[in-house]
Design a binder for this molecule. Structure first.
Ligand code: URA
Length: 247
């Protein structure tokens, strides 16, 4: 994109965001990928869960916020104890304007070593899952609930999740994805504020910040439980249909 196009998109995004902040009900999708069109659409017609939070309640974003700025702040973050044991923080990867956002739980050893999410065995499986519905990994945005590795791959603590949450909220606000797909029960229950089984979560309709959310099994769990292949296959097809605006 040329400099003036980027500026125009950024001005449009700011203008639409201001309208949204005043309470206007619409979902913003400003696509910035090559060949994509800037457009606004009515909000998707999904049932809003009680845990759903309106867009305007997401963490405050600085005026000139950007995904690059969030990533830089994540890399410099010392807000919780996880910074002390990390090799690299893992802000997330993907293009500005990605229609699909995957949210995992937290980086593992491979991700900590590389500073990129889902690069180990589970990540390779995630790539295959994405490709199974004719999407490309480089076209989606991938991040985690917490951006630094919990030592020994333990579950993140509530205060670590709380310290990291504004980064995810800013990423959601900046991306305005069409669809969010959570990976594993922890990511879904943390994002949605619902303590339910995966079997139940994946069959209900959810939204987060007015964006439809599709919980599915974590690829690492799928590696251990091949019987979950079918449900994951069903879930990723639902995700694809929702990305296409069909659900
Ligand atoms: N598991 C996750 O939840 N996230 C990663 O980035 C890698 C493995």
């Amino acid at each position: 994109m040329s400099g003036s196009n980027a500026e125009a998109v950024s001005t449009l995004r700011r203008y639409l965001q201001q309208r949204l902040d005043t309470g206007e009900k619409m979902a913003l999708r400003v696509r910035t990928q090559p060949g994509a069109v800037a457009k606004t659409e009515p909000a998707a017609s999904v049932t809003t869960s009680p845990a759903a939070i309106p867009q305007q309640h997401l963490a405050e974003s600085p005026q000139d916020d950007s995904l690059a700025r969030v990533a830089a702040e994540v890399r410099a973050c010392t807000a919780c104890r996880l910074h002390a044991t990390r090799t690299n923080a893992v802000p997330g990867v993907g293009p500005d304007g990605a229609a699909l956002l995957f949210v995992g739980e937290g980086p593992g050893a491979d991700e900590d070593a590389k500073g990129e999410p889902f690069v180990g065995r589970a990540g390779q499986l995630l790539t295959k899952i994405i490709e199974s519905v004719q999407m490309k990994r480089e076209d989606v945005f991938i991040t985690n609930i917490v951006k630094c590795r919990p030592p020994g791959n333990r579950d993140p603590e509530p205060d670590e999740i709380a310290a990291c949450r504004p980064f995810l909220e800013r990423q959601v606000r900046l991306l305005q994805p069409r669809v969010i797909c959570t990976l594993g029960r922890h990511a879904a229950s943390t994002l949605l504020g619902k303590q339910e089984s995966m079997a139940r979560l994946r069959t209900e309709r959810h939204t987060y910040a007015e964006i439809p959310v599709f919980p599915t099994y974590h690829p690492a769990a799928l590696l251990r439980n091949p019987q979950w292949k079918r449900p994951v296959w069903e879930d990723i097809q639902k995700v694809r249909r929702a990305c296409d605006g069909a659900d």
